[in-house]
Design a protein around this ligand. Structure first.
Ligand code: ATP
Ligand code: MG
Length: 428
């Protein structure tokens, strides 16, 4: 037996494949089946000369049936995937029911999301999920090559990391707990054990508004480093993002093109990335006529305006204290701003990474916790990290789906993940 991928890589001659019947059509005594086996899609031709009267029955095979086809694989420029299998033998392994819900006719997004367990069989998702697999692999590769170790934090937590408004609260036996918004606070403990660390894990945010770029459950690629200042942090982010982006542009060029993304756009992504400060961002926005004052947060609309001015990712540095979480280090010579930095993707996509140096001074951190109206008792263990061997340290979080959305040029973040969790959706 061969995989379709092996055939598409140039295996000609006698082959046997097993897969799902994706599409069918017939014309002039030839039945065209497109078969999908998880490694690729290929066109199979079944001819009257070979199958005789049986072809009429074969033609009735319901789509999504699991089939086995033997035949001759040949390069064929006319066939949609460049190769075709001229069938000599055909078998149904499992016959699908008639009436497959995802027919060729156009369905609305709600219908498709209700049938997501089937919609993901579409070729578009095959392409996106391959890229998802690839970019996470490249990220791991980069972390390993650069001396990072994988470190895990709990999903059930007792305190907020990114502010109470997006916390998911749950009953944890006889008390309250929350779903984690980030591994960060635990990573700050982890660096005193393992040094440079990273994770790729889900984070949860009870996002209360519908946007194109927020999920309630998303995959978060995070890293934390001791003995690392803001400059070291930005270098790390740009090197990682350049590595992942260059590699996907080269190795998944065909898939990207088919999704409508020109890989050449991505080959431009090289370190160093452009940098602007938050204050400069406000000036740019005001010049563009956007109603925003210094001290206000950049939302999706503001980021879209900024991000349409760049064709590569760019850093926005030094956000005001008032709009960043308590753990961000205050800039010592400018106490109303933080040593924070976001990375914004170009073409209007906006924030893909949130990052910063962490407050390492016990007294300032305690004051910030109180200022934010948080209970220092909930952060006792976190304060211990400053009591016992506080170290200059920095870290970042990349939204995996935000990154994929930009790389694949998607309209909505929901298509970057197999089963999106949104404000109005936990099924299927
Ligand atoms: P935003 O302002 O877009 O809500 P944020 O400032 O809340 O983002 P951070 O707390 O810095 O984001 O989280 C780190 C990264 O996680 C973000 O840069 C983004 O890529 C990703 N991210 C945050 N919230 C979500 C979400 N709801 N869905 C998908 N990705 C997210
Ligand atoms: Mg947010």
């Amino acid at each position: 037996m061969q995989t379709i991928e092996e055939i598409l890589k140039g295996k000609e001659g006698k082959v046997k494949i097993k897969g799902w019947l994706y599409h069918k059509r017939s014309s002039g005594g030839v039945v065209f089946f497109i078969v999908r086996d998880g490694t690729g899609f290929i066109q199979c031709t079944l001819r009257k000369e070979v199958f005789g009267d049986k072809l009429k029955e074969i033609e009735k095979t319901p789509v999504e049936s699991v089939v086995e086809i033997e035949g001759e694989a040949k390069k064929d420029e006319r066939s949609p995937f460049g190769y075709e299998v001229r069938a000599t033998d055909f078998k149904i392994i499992t016959k699908a029911q008639e009436g497959y819900p995802i027919a060729k006719k156009k369905h609305g997004p709600a219908f498709l999301l209700d049938h997501r367990h089937l919609t993901i069989r579409e070729r578009k998702y095959f392409l996106i999920f391959q890229i998802r697999d690839a970019v996470l692999r490249y990220a791991r590769e980069w972390f390993i090559q650069n001396g990072f170790k994988e470190f895990h934090s709990p999903i059930f937590v007792s305190g907020a990391c990114e502010g109470g408004s997006t916390l998911f609260e749950l009953k944890y036996f006889d008390r309250k707990a929350y779903l984690t918004q980030s591994w960060q606070l635990y990573a700050e403990a982890g660096i005193a054990s393992l040094g440079k660390i990273y994770t790729i894990a889900p984070s949860f945010r009870a996002e209360k508004s519908r946007t194109r770029r927020h999920l309630t459950e998303y995959w978060h690629l995070e890293a934390e480093m001791p003995f690392c200042d803001l400059e070291c942090l930005m270098k790390t982010i740009e090197r990682l993002i350049s590595y992942m982006t260059q590699k996907v542009a080269k190795e998944k060029a065909k898939e990207l093109k088919e999704l409508g993304r020109d890989p050449k756009d991505l080959l431009k992504v090289k370190s160093p990335f452009p940098r602007i400060t938050y204050s400069q961002a406000i000036e740019i926005l005001q010049k563009e006529g956007v109603q925003i004052k210094w001290g206000e947060d950049l939302g999706a609309d503001e980021e879209r305006v900024l991000a349409s001015k760049f064709d590569v990712p760019f850093f926005v540095m030094y956000y005001p204290k008032g709009i960043k979480a308590f753990y961000h280090k205050v800039k010592r010579d400018e106490p109303n701003v933080t040593l924070s930095v976001d990375l914004l993707a170009p073409e209007g996509y906006g924030e893909i990474v949130g990052a910063g140096e962490r407050e390492d001074d016990y007294e300032i951190l305690l004051k910030r916790i109180k200022e934010e109206g948080l209970n220092p008792k909930d952060y006792e263990w976190y304060l211990d990290l400053r009591r016992y061997g506080s170290v200059q340290h920095s870290g970042f979080g990349l939204g995996v789906e935000r990154y994929i959305m930009w790389i694949c040029k998607l309209e909505h973040i929901r298509d970057a993940i197999p089963f999106p969790r949104l404000i109005n959706r936990v099924y299927p």
